[in-house]
Design a protein around this ligand. Structure first.
Ligand code: LLP
Length: 497
């Protein structure tokens, strides 16, 4: 689908509601979708043992609430399922100092895809040797940071990048350091999405070295001959939010084939095969992701079979889950401001027009761009209370000046939701805060980690003063405090509530 740039209402007639029958219990928390510690106590949603009304009062809304036990539990499940392999947390999904520390303490590796993600992980004390740096356009500065820090792998993405890295690596070698360990990112011609994978024509994108054209092999041979670099292995990543292991299996087949080609051409047996991330999560009850255990089993079996066929030793495996670790454990809390019933036409019952309630909340596409950008589906519940009121067809929208500013396109909420109620949107831990913007000068929400009844603000709310500070004219003008429309956080970052 290609969205109209000004939003669906500008592009065409609004589509009819794509929502099934209302569930019997509108306040139900499907275990499949909600964080592991989510529960209703006295009707109110609790996360990590904390009532959402307390969290909203202490930290304001919109608010990302991160269930530490869920995040770390999922990380641990990947580590166990892939024992003997390396699990890199793909930090683009969500990164802050606290998350970097959890991931480090729990023994995982970390994938950074920019110099700043790398700098944040290093500043939080993440062991450099467990970090891999990705990126299709790494700058000299980013590469220098990686080399100086002594990170685990630079994942090479282009011939230009090899040219940029070699002098830095040679200088390190001359100064008595070891060769820089690298992987070659190969584009295996497969792009996988949700339920299908397509194995042709996906060479036409910016990442990696093409396997089909021979560039991946050429790059590997070149790196092997370069004394300042050490080619530790190969990398492939085929997409994101994938529910089916068939695409990974096809990719593994091809990338093991490349291992064989490299061996034939140079006699080198590469020690590592990184199959990237992309494991899907449940945003809705009907989504059916594969467990880390099943993914690990399938990938191990395919790689072992391919290697046996080519007479190669099985390399050490690595994977890079981001969404599957960070996504399910976070919810976004919003306060409802305005509710507008919009008549859509006839419901078929005389005298009962089809109405959709536009429920406006105090955030929107600046804290979750995924619905507008990818037509992503989310679910949400009334969080501060339950209600026996009959279901009403709703669309949860933000407060941005744009009709495409939709958070949850179609869902049923109790018909008595009202301004001041709290809504909780599930599974917003990946690619929401990390893709947040200041559109319309809304401010980035804080992130509060909850565990065993304790709440710690791990990222504070951005303030208008932060924004003024960037502006040449406003830098010295005192910003109104609290910022307009944003509750003043009573707690600084790191504070407990
Ligand atoms: N490794 C590499 C090389 C990647 O490019 C990515 C994601 C991952 C690992 C982690 O993928 P995950 O396990 O999180 O699916 N903004 C989009 C997703 C972009 C993914 C980019 N690369 C979204 O909101 O759906």
């Amino acid at each position: 689908m290609r969205a109209h740039p000004a939003g669906p209402l500008h592009g065409s007639i609004a589509p009819p509601p794509a929502v099934g029958a209302a569930p019997a219990d509108l306040g139900e928390l499907d275990r499949h979708v909600w964080p592991r510690t989510a529960e209703r106590i006295g009707g109110e949603l609790h996360l990590g043992g904390r009532p959402v009304t307390d969290l909203a009062r202490a930290h304001g809304t919109p608010l990302f609430v991160l269930d530490e036990a869920d995040f770390r539990g999922r990380a641990a499940e990947f580590a166990t399922a892939f024992a003997g392999a390396d699990v890199h947390y793909a930090s683009k999904a969500f990164l802050c100092g606290q998350v970097a520390r959890w991931v480090a303490e729990d023994g995982l590796h970390l994938d950074a895809c920019s110099g700043n993600e790398l700098a944040i992980a290093l500043a939080a004390g993440f062991p450099a040797e467990r970090i891999a740096l990705h990126g299709n356009n790494k700058s000299l500065v980013e590469l220098r940071l990686a080399v100086d820090a002594g990170i685990g792998h630079v994942v090479l993405d282009s011939f230009d990048e090899i040219d940029r890295l070699v002098p830095l690596a040679a200088a390190r070698l001359a100064a008595g350091g070891g060769p820089v360990p690298v992987l070659i990112r190969s584009t295996v011609g497969i792009e996988a999405h949700t339920h299908e994978f397509i194995a042709t024509a996906h060479e036409d994108q910016k990442f990696g070295f093409s396997l089909a054209t021979g560039d991946a092999l050429t790059a590997a041979v070149r790196v092997i001959r370069e004394p300042a670099l050490h080619l530790a292995g190969l990398h492939s990543h085929i997409g994101s939010q994938i529910f089916d292991t068939a695409g990974f299996e096809a990719a593994a087949h091809r990338v093991v084939g490349l291992l064989g080609q490299v061996h034939q051409a140079t006699g080198e047996l590469l020690e590592e095969l990184n199959l990237g991330g992309g494991f899907g999560i449940a945003y809705l009850s009907e989504d059916d992701p594969v467990s880390p255990h099943d993914v690990a089993e399938r990938l191990r079996a395919v790689v072992a079979a391919e290697c046996a066929q080519l007479g190669l030793p099985v390399p050490r495996l690595a994977v890079e889950p981001g969404r599957a670790i960070a996504g399910p454990g976070t919810v976004t809390l919003y306060e409802i401001g305005t509710i507008k019933p919009v008549r859509l036409g006839s419901s078929g019952t005389p005298g009962a027009p089809l109405v959709r309630n536009y429920v406006s909340v105090d955030g929107g596409m600046s804290d979750n761009i995924r619905t507008a950008l990818y037509d992503a589906s989310y679910t949400c519940v009334l969080a501060n209370r339950t209600s026996d009121a009959p279901p009403a067809l709703c669309r949860v929208v933000g407060k941005h000046c744009e009709s495409g500013d939709v958070l949850v396109r179609d869902l049923w909420l109790p018909s008595d939701v009202q301004p001041g109620d709290l809504l909780a949107v599930a599974a917003t831990g990946a690619y929401c805060w990390s893709m947040a913007s200041n559109y319309n000068y809304l401010l980035k929400p804080p992130v509060v980690a909850v565990r065993d009844g304790e709440a710690i603000e791990v990222v504070r709310r951005q303030t208008l003063a932060d924004v003024f500070a960037l502006d040449a004219v406003l830098a010295d003008v005192p910003a109104p405090s609290p910022a307009i429309d944003q509750p003043a956080p009573e707690h600084a970052a790191g504070a407990r509530s």
